[in-house]
Design a protein around this ligand. Structure first.
Ligand SMILES: [Zn+2]
Length: 268
């Protein structure tokens, strides 16, 4: 019986009071519906984020696999180069033996000097090739060690990502279940709201970024942050009819009305 003017309660007052109560019930349901819709939006966003998180993990794994693959290919190229250098060393060796054989069969000084020069050049070539072979050997060893470590790391990463993926999939399943129960909750609320009001709410929610109803405190709409005229605010406090924010058109209610405070127990 609170909120009634203190003059003697005549029929007019009783009618007004009933209207205030009826409007309060409507607003309470709309506030609950908005809260339910907010949770649905939030849960959907979290659910939709799950596949993106999984894709990111897979990309991370692929990137690591690609670097390992690159190193593997580089190692094979180095090994091939080393085989070629060793073949060149053998060739130089063979040529040198031929030149040495020539030394004993030359008939002139000129030919003798030419053969010596040839041998000398082949020796120099061989030294250069041997240096190259050694250098390649070192590179191969370093890369082999690096690959051994990164392959081990890759195995660890694979395991971790498989585990993370599974956790995200579980999370997604839980979110789906939550969405199902939220849809039921929404259904129950909607059934208690008269269809024209529900349509108005849904339309506003669609057009106003998901928020159809807004509290107004100290004369300011708490969603668009614009002030409403004092006369209108007084009407809102009296709570005799459903009102809209003159600026954002959302359904408004007096934010300090304790009667409208949500029932406890709604999560998040
Ligand atoms: Zn507003």
């Amino acid at each position: 019986m609170r909120g009634i003017p203190n003059s003697a309660p005549g029929p007019w007052h009783i009618i007004m009071h009933c209207e205030v109560i009826a409007l309060q019930e409507k607003l309470k349901l709309l506030i609950q519906l908005q809260d339910c819709d907010n949770r649905i939006t939030d849960t959907r966003r979290k659910r939709d984020d799950c596949p993106l998180r999984i894709a990111k993990l897979e990309k991370e794994l692929e990137a690591f696999q690609a670097t390992v693959q690159e190193d593997q290919e580089r190692l094979e190229a180095l090994k091939k180069e080393r085989r070629e250098v060793e073949r060149d060393i053998d060739d130089a060796e063979t040529k040198k033996r031929k030149s040495q054989a020539k030394l004993s069969s030359v008939s002139s000084n000129k030919e003798y000097r030419a053969a010596l020069k040839e041998i000398d050049e082949l020796d120099r070539t061989r030294i250069l090739l041997e240096d190259k072979a050694l250098e390649l050997m070192e590179q191969i060893e370093t890369l082999e060690e690096k690959l051994k470590a990164s392959k081990k790391e890759l195995e660890g990463l694979k395991e971790k990502i498989a585990k993370d993926k599974k956790a995200i999939e579980e999370e997604m399943k839980t979110l789906e279940q939550k969405l199902t129960s939220l849809a039921q909750e929404r259904d129950q609320l909607c059934r208690q709201i008269e269809p024209p009001l529900l349509s108005r709410y849904d339309l506003l929610r669609e057009r106003k970024g998901g928020l159809a109803i807004s509290p107004v405190t100290s004369g300011v709409c708490q969603t668009c942050h614009m002030g409403i005229p004092p006369q209108k605010f007084n009407e809102l406090i009296r709570g005799e009819e459903l009102m809209s924010c003159p600026n954002c058109q959302r359904i408004i209610y007096w934010g300090d009305n304790k009667e409208l405070k949500e029932p406890a127990g709604s999560s998040e």
